[in-house]
Each structure stands twice: as structure tokens, then as C-alpha cells.
Design a protein around this ligand. Structure first.
Ligand code: ADP
Ligand code: MG
Length: 404
């Protein structure tokens, strides 16, 4: 539940009849107009519903994909409005622009307790502009549509953008229930976590996750590494990695982390076996994976998943954990043949007797597409970049702006 008491007070006692602008994160993957993973929509429902039930006229703003500051059909939020309405159990009015004639008309038509969704906020260049004045001018237009602002798009709170940051400076504001939950969980991962504390990292790029490794090396007891980033670590240990994903410019950093971990008594676990194939994507042919020792990856192959021995070892390392943070799939889980490592880690997390947190857009999608029950995890974060930046110890502008 969100805490909107202070906000209600600022509005004269209640949100009833007030236009409340809610920044949600509805950035879901689409295949045409089909939503392939609706996790973020589901996570956004609670706050919207709570405000609507309190009688607010709820105006939701969100982005989808990475349009370049102009409308593009394939990034329209229209399919999302329909699905949001189904999940809310009441129709969601859709504005075909964000702050223009359509938005104004749709908002003016809202009755108490009704919900509207504005078209993709990133169709407007002011949203992501680096120029404070341009962003501010757009935030002015957003603010005109509402009496108050609720920040609930956790996936974007690390962005200094008009609908996240500037609009909060222009309206009475509050933190939404989703953002509050996310922050509380992340706080538990950084302040005095229950031990043993195990961090599992995977995914495609080491350079994305360096800051997290840096910050968590001093806090975690064990660090398990898989996914595409593992090959830079294996190479740093002197192994050949064939055609696997490799970031040559990060080799020294990986060596430093391996040494630091040893010095500070943090156990870094790298896979001992790897599932490889001769090419990826495999095109028309079926994948022909084989399992090789991590120290003996053939030159003409690339690693696409951690092997069964490593998956078992990771599960053992997780068995007695009291706190787990996992970010980044262990392999190219989107292809069945390379999903076993990710499946094994996900299963191990469901068995953790303590706080288990899954962070990262692809990791969250992985546990859902692999058929796990979301309730079996302590928390599935909706924000990849935001949770990583929090764990790196960085300030999140979208949170700071709410605290004044
Ligand atoms: P998240 O969104 O959870 O933070 P990332 O975006 O860092 O995760 O990485 C997810 C991607 O990493 C997935 O699309 C997956 O296919 C890819 N990946 C995992 N293992 C490998 C690998 N061995 N080689 C190449 N890509 C990989
Ligand atoms: Mg990702």
C-alpha cells in the first residue's frame, strides 16, 4: 500500500476528485501489438487501483521502447492501455498524444475513480532532453494536466527525465507503492544483509555490472558469475574462450576483482563447464550444443550457457544463503537449448530460506517465461538499471527529488 496521507493533506484532505498524474513503468516487450511479458503492467496496477478507489482521477504517463522524441506507431502504448484496463477491471481511456489536445480532452472527461493513459511520453523530445529548460517546459505541460504527482515507475527513477524528475518539482508529490517496495528491498540488500549473502551475476555485458561488483564485493560472502560476462573473467584467468562474448578492455578490471575477492575472503565462483555451439543464432538448424570444460573451450565455438556441473555447484552455493541478489541470465535462455543454467539458478532461488531478489528486465522475464511462480521469489524487481545503480551506491534522481 502506498502512503498518500501527506499528499492527501496537501490536497486539502483527500485525493478524491483530484487529478493525479502517476508515472508508471509500462515498458513491456511487444511482438507486434502482442505483449510478450506483462510483468511491469501487473506491477503497476496496485498504485493505480488504490488511487482510483480513493476517488482520484488517475492520469498515467509512461514510455515504451526508445523512440527518438517523435511518434512512432510501433512504440504506441495503445495495446498497453487495453491490457491495463483488463487487469484493473475497468476501462482505461487512451489519449493519442501526451500533452496535446487529446490528452487535455481525455483528462477533462475523467470522472472520479477513472483512469486514463497518455501516449508514450518519449514521443516528446522534452522528456529525455539534457537541456534543463527544454525538459522543464515539457514538465510544465505535464503538470498542467494534474493536481498532484505520484512517482511509481521504478524502472526509470535513475533517469533525470521530465516525467520522473522535473514534474515532481512542479506538483505536490508522493512515492508510489511499487517504488516504495523496491527501495525497501534494495535497502535490505545493502544495509546489514542477513548472512550468508550470495550475489549471482550474469547477462551479456561485464561493463554494465562493474559498479555493482565493485560495491557488493565488500558486502557479499559469495559471488557467482555466469552468462556472457563470464568469458571475460575466464580469459582474465588465462583461459581461451573461442568465439564467446568477450570484453577485452575489461580484462584488467576482472583480474583486479579476482584478486580483491581473494584478499577480502569473498568467494568468487566461476563455472567449471560451459555449453557451447559452433554458431549463434543457429539459423535454420537446431542448436547442437555440447558441454566442455570451462578451461578448454574450443576455438571454433562460443559459450552459450553454464554447464550442468556448474549449475549444480551454483545451486549448492545458494542452498544455505539467507540473502540473494541475482541479476543477469546464466545463458542465452531465450533458446531452449541454453536455458538450463538459468533454470537451475532460478530454482535454487525459489528454495532460499531468506530474502531472494531477482533484478533486471531479462532476468525477470526469464523466471516468468521459464514458468516459475513469481510468488516463490522474495521480490522480482521491475527495474534493471535502477536497481543496479542503487546497488552501486549511486543517487537516484527520481527518488531524491521526492524527498525534499
Ligand atoms: P538483465 O536485463 O536481467 O539485467 P542483461 O540485459 O545483462 O540482463 O542480459 C540479458 C541477456 O544476456 C539475455 O538476452 C541473454 O541471452 C544474454 N546472455 C546470457 N548468456 C549469454 C552468453 N553466454 N552469450 C551471449 N549472451 C548471453
Ligand atoms: Mg537487459
Amino acid at each position: 500500500m502506498g502512503d498518500y496521507r501527506a499528499l492527501a493533506q496537501e490536497l486539502g484532505g483527500s485525493v478524491k476528485g483530484k487529478r493525479v498524474l502517476v508515472r508508471s513503468d509500462l515498458n513491456v516487450p511487444l511482438d507486434g501489438s502482442r505483449i510478450t511479458d506483462e510483468g511491469r503492467i501487473r506491477a503497476s496496477v496496485a498504485t493505480i487501483k488504490e488511487l482510483a478507489e480513493a476517488g482520484a482521477r488517475v492520469v498515467v504517463t509512461a514510455h515504451l521502447g526508445r523512440p527518438k522524441g517523435a511518434p512512432e506507431d510501433r512504440y504506441s502504448l495503445r495495446p498497453v492501455a487495453a491490457r491495463l484496463g483488463e487487469l484493473l477491471g475497468s476501462e482505461v481511456a487512451f489519449a493519442t498524444d501526451t500533452v496535446g489536445e487529446s490528452a487535455k480532452a481525455v483528462v477533462a472527461d475523467l470522472a472520479d475513480g477513472q483512469v486514463a493513459l497518455l501516449e508514450n511520453v518519449r514521443f516528446n523530445p522534452g522528456e529525455t532532453s539534457k537541456d534543463d529548460a527544454e525538459r522543464g517546459a515539457f514538465a510544465d505541460q505535464l503538470a498542467e494536466l494534474a493536481d498532484a504527482f505520484v512517482s511509481d515507475g521504478f524502472g526509470v527513477v535513475h533517469r533525470k527525465q521530465a516525467s520522473v524528475y522535473d514534474v515532481a518539482q512542479r506538483l505536490p508529490h508522493a512515492m508510489g507503492a511499487l517504488v516504495a517496495t523496491e527501495i525497501e528491498v534494495l535497502r535490505r540488500l545493502t544495509e546489514d544483509p542477513e548472512r550468508p549473502y550470495v550475489v549471482v551475476l550474469g547477462g551479456s555485458k561485464v561493463s554494465d555490472k562493474l559498479g555493482v561488483i565493485d560495491n557488493l564485493l565488500g558486502k557479499a560472502d559469495k559471488l557467482l558469475i555466469g552468462g556472457g560476462m563470464v568469458f571475460t573473467f575466464l580469459k582474465a584467468q588465462g583461459h581461451e574462450v573461442g568465439k564467446s562474448l568477450l570484453e577485452d578492455d575489461q580484462l584488467d578490471v576482472c583480474r583486479t576483482y579476482l584478486r580483491q575477492a581473494e584478499e577480502s575472503g569473498v568467494q568468487i565462483l566461476l563455472p567449471t563447464d560451459i555449453v557451447v555451439d559452433t554458431e549463434f543464432p543457429s539459423g535454420d538448424r537446431d542448436p547442437q550444443p555440447s558441454v566442455v570444460a570451462a578451461s578448454e573451450i574450443p576455438a571454433d565455438t562460443l559459450g552459450l550457457d553454464i554447464g550442468p556441473e556448474s549449475a549444480a555447484a551454483f545451486a549448492v552455493a545458494l542452498a544455505d544463503a539467507r540473502t540473494v541478489f541475482w541479476n543477469g541470465p546464466m545463458g542465452v535462455f531465450e533458446t531452449d537449448a541454453f536455458a538450463d543454467g538459468t533454470r537451475a539458478v532460478a530454482k535454487a532461488l525459489t528454495e532460499v530460506a531468506g530474502l531472494s531478489v531477482v533484478g533486471g528486465g531479462d532476468s525477470a522475464a526469464a523466471v516468468r517465461t521459464l514458468g516459475f511462480d513469481e510468488a516463490a521469489f522474495g521480490h522480482i524487481s521491475t527495474g534493471g538499471g535502477a536497481s543496479l545503480e542503487y546497488l552501486e551506491g549511486k543517487e537516484l534522481p527520481g527518488i531524491t527529488v521526492l524527498e525534499d
